[in-house]
Write a protein that binds this ligand. Structure first.
Ligand SMILES: NC(=O)C1=CN([C@@H]2O[C@H](COP(=O)(O)OP(=O)(O)OC[C@H]3O[C@@H](n4cnc5c(N)ncnc54)[C@H](O)[C@@H]3O)[C@@H](O)[C@H]2O)C=CC1
Ligand SMILES: O=C(O)[C@@H]1CCC=N1
Length: 272
């Protein structure tokens, strides 16, 4: 079967996020022949070709054969990748970057004049079709191209369009967010073990509690304060615990931590 360039998407850098998108597209019914992958690691490529039956090519060749390029390397590897593919980027190519910190202006300056670029910040729950992504258009990305970028992410979860000046904050909240939640989950599991419970039991209790609480937030649409108050009996156990969290400034620590993540995203833009 011959596949047109217009229908082809290339994932350049097929690591955690590249695979999350690839797997989401295939689960959503996209034909594997319309996806090209490229990665520096031959082992990684062999593994993905086996698992998903997609074609692998060197980055510049993949870039020449696809109308949409998803750049999914680490921010520190972005300059080298863009230099590698720049000559293969055509007039109608849409470049979609997933990298933390890397601005559309940075990419536009490295790519041929007038290249359409969209910046996206996804997160790992895309692996289970529950991703949260934000997308921002660059200077030459028109509405149709923004819709194309949005569609690629919608296959794996929800997408919001936002002005690019919010993207460092998005990176700090939803991009890195799953890690904060996993960190809290780890701490709660440890607490169960400290109280004498088998680890497997503690894990089951915590994971289902997280799932239930997330489902309540989503399905009731109630403010989290209301839902927290429903759990907090006067003079009860929950207030005893929350008082300790307040004493240990856990809320303030979250604010400071998320500010640090946003600051780090901005530093990555400067190549630090
Ligand atoms: N992991 C996460 O939770 C999220 C990551 N991101 C962003 O996604 C991007 C990718 O992150 P991960 O998937 O976590 O990284 P990763 O390290 O799992 O994947 C990056 C892949 O790029 C490959 N690579 C590096 N240079 C290359 C080149 N020149 N040509 C071809 N392949 C090359 C590496 O071999 C690696 O497999 C990063 O820029 C990150 O900021 C965004 C949101 C969430
Ligand atoms: O930690 C990072 O830099 C990437 C970006 C958002 C999540 N992971």
């Amino acid at each position: 079967m011959t596949v047109s360039r217009a229908d082809t998407v290339a994932i350049l850098g097929a690591g955690v996020m590249g695979e999350a998108l690839l797997s989401g597209w295939l689960r959503g019914g996209r034909d594997a022949v319309t996806v090209l992958i490229s990665d520096r690691s031959p082992e990684r490529l062999a593994n993905l070709k086996d698992k998903y039956a997609v074609r692998a090519l060197p980055a510049a060749e993949a870039a020449a054969q696809a109308a949409t390029l998803v750049l999914a390397v680490k921010p520190q590897d972005m300059r080298a990748l863009v230099q590698e593919i720049s000559g293969a980027v055509g007039d109608s190519t849409l470049v979609v970057s997933l990298a933390a910190g890397i601005t559309t202006a940075f990419l536009e300056a490295q790519l041929p004049e007038g290249t359409s670029v969209a910046r996206v910040m996804p997160n790992t729950p895309a692996l289970v079709d529950q991703g949260m992504s934000a997308v921002s258009p660059g200077a030459h990305c028109d509405a149709d191209q923004l819709a194309t970028a949005t569609g690629l992410l919608q296959a794996c979860g929800r997408v919001v369009a936002l002005p690019e000046h919010h993207l460092d904050a998005v990176t700090a909240i939803s991009g890195s967010g799953p890690a904060y939640i996993f960190y809290v989950v780890e701490a709660m599991i440890e607490a169960g073990v400290l109280l004498g419970m088998p680890r497997a039991t503690s894990t089951e209790l915590v994971v289902q509690t997280l799932y239930g609480a997330a489902t309540m937030l989503k399905e009731t649409g109630e403010h989290p304060t209301v839902l927290r108050e429903q759990v907090s009996s006067p003079g009860g156990t929950t207030m005893a615990a929350l008082r300790e969290l307040d004493d240990h400034k856990v809320r303030a620590a979250f604010l400071t931590a998320i500010e640090a993540a946003a600051r780090r995203s901005a530093q990555l833009a400067a190549g630090e």
